[in-house]
Design a protein around this ligand. Sequence first.
Ligand SMILES: Cc1cc2nc3c(=O)[nH]c(=O)nc-3n(C[C@H](O)[C@H](O)[C@H](O)COP(=O)(O)O)c2cc1C
Length: 196
Amino acid sequence: MLKITAVYGSPRRNGNTSRLLARAVEGARSAGAQVSEFRLRDLKMSPCLEIYGCKKEGRCVIADDFHKVAEAILESDGLMLSSPIFFYAVSAHTKIFMDRCQSLWVKKYWIEKAPPGKSEFRRKGMFISVGATKGRKLFDGAVLSVRYLMDVFDMELSATLLYRGLDLEDDLDRQPEPLAEAFAAGAAFAESLRGS
Ligand SMILES: Cc1cc2nc3c(=O)[nH]c(=O)nc-3n(C[C@H](O)[C@H](O)[C@H](O)COP(=O)(O)O)c2cc1C
């Protein structure tokens, strides 16, 4: 069975990115994927403390909910991640999760000595993001961060759904097209995993 992990990075339970990711998850399930969902806002997760306890075995030594999310992703064929844009970057919840994945970076590049920049990705990731404004570079920082996050999971960032001009929690009620797009993109993402 095709396995996908969905990680919700917004502090809002039913905000724009959460609603879009929920629809993408429905789309992926409609295409036959088994999807595990994690809402970072509901988990206990310390920021990276930069103590490099991970240098020994590539496993973060902080005992908290990080491990269940990372392990689910490691067992999946694909990752669907969502985050709002906060100050041209990902949300704090998302960044905390990302920084904890430094343990996997250490495993891949320090312990297993993978050659940098030469990854052959075995798996795929999708990123969903929303910002209130219309800036040309609105998603540049977040997309770059997410691309390198996915690298440590041996995932290629293969699909993005990025929407400008959505701000209030109910904005998608007035402008519902992205929800339909997210469903279709979720189904297409699951199909693309089947083919890889
Ligand atoms: C702390 C904070 C920082 C924000 N920074 C930006 C920003 O840099 N650019 C932007 O376009 N919108 C910014 N926004 C607006 C959010 O991106 C926008 O409201 C988005 O729809 C929230 O998505 P969500 O409902 O999934 O959390 C910011 C909002 C907050 C609360």
